[in-house]
Design a binder for this molecule. Structure first.
Ligand code: BMA
Length: 299
């Protein structure tokens, strides 16, 4: 992938207490002629909230909200709302994120899900619907909803360590048919645990899913897989080499060193834009032509 020369595109703002320390992992959705980003922000109190920014060309931030647009509201997420992913489906946006609750030094986290009307979102009326836990009490993260129903049902990729798993639902409330889709591979860059990035993208060959892989040295990389269109639990292809590795200073040094971690990807004019956090400290973007990425499958 090609990094944007102006990376990082978003950095913390000391004057905003809620985003003074780190701004990184962002959900991305293309609506109304621009990219809308919901990003994870950590402030003076060490709690994650979500900030909002927009970009017309996908690279330059044109607008950034002075206040967070999504904050913890209940006990289960009182220590943070993290790693947002946004999917547009049926005129709504579905937000999946990690809800964090800390008991002394024990981190209890799980997936949480809410929705918002697309028009409200575009008008910046933050009318988030009720927040639900798809798997109450299950230690789970990295959830994302597919942008279309599959076999008449909503589908979700999520991560029960160390695998990327799938689940299906009729109503976005009760989830079933949970199974593993793919797991770590020995002796390579994704040999410890893996998790999906942004929503899978529909391409001719099936679903293109960008994912992160972690190795035993705790380095985070990005790769991709192709999943079968009607049965995304079947993996058609999985890249051998990563497509992005921590290399630049803004990826190697920060709150958590050697991390490229993505929760948002979109396509503009056949270019794949991957938004990713660098070292859990700043937000970056990298691109690649879709044809170029998919041609590696046929090699
Ligand atoms: C995950 C999440 C992400 C973070 C990543 C790398 O578990 O906490 O927010 O980017 O680890 O530290």
């Amino acid at each position: 992938m090609e990094r944007f020369s102006g990376n990082p595109i978003l950095t913390p703002l000391e004057e905003h207490a809620w985003e003074s320390r780190e701004v990184f992992n962002a959900a991305a959705v293309y609506l109304d002629g621009k990219v809308h980003l919901l990003y994870r922000a950590i402030g003076n109190d060490n709690i994650s909230r979500l900030g909002y920014a927009t970009s017309k060309d996908g690279f330059t931030i044109d607008e950034r909200f002075p206040e967070p647009v999504f904050t913890p509201t209940s006990e289960t997420e009182k220590d943070g709302v993290e790693d947002p992913r946004l999917t547009r489906i049926d005129g709504r946006l579905v937000l999946t994120y990690t809800a964090l609750r800390e008991y002394s030094h024990l981190q209890v986290y799980q997936i949480s899900l809410t929705t918002i009307d697309s028009d409200d979102f575009v008008k910046r009326q933050w009318n988030w619907e009720i927040r639900r836990l798809p798997f109450p009490g299950v230690r789970n993260k990295n959830a994302v909803i597919f942008p279309e129903k599959i076999g008449g049902r909503y589908a979700m990729l999520h991560r029960i360590e160390p695998d990327i798993c799938i689940a299906y639902s009729d109503d976005l409330i009760k989830w079933c048919d949970i199974m593993s889709v793919m797991g770590p591979r020995p002796n390579t860059w994704d040999n410890w645990k893996i998790g999906v990035a942004g929503p899978p993208l529909k391409v001719n060959e099936g679903w293109l899913a960008i994912y992160h892989g972690v190795n035993m040295d705790r380095m985070y990389f990005l790769g991709f897989a192709l999943l079968e269109a009607d049965h995304p639990e079947h993996v058609l292809y999985r890249c051998k080499e990563y497509i992005l590795a921590p290399k630049e200073d803004y990826e190697r040094f920060g709150k958590v060193p050697n991390v490229v971690f993505s929760t948002g990807n979109i396509i503009i004019d056949d270019q794949l834009f991957v938004y990713y956090g660098g070292a859990d400290s700043v937000l970056c973007v990298a691109t690649i032509g879709l044809d170029k990425l998919l041609s590696s499958i046929h090699r």
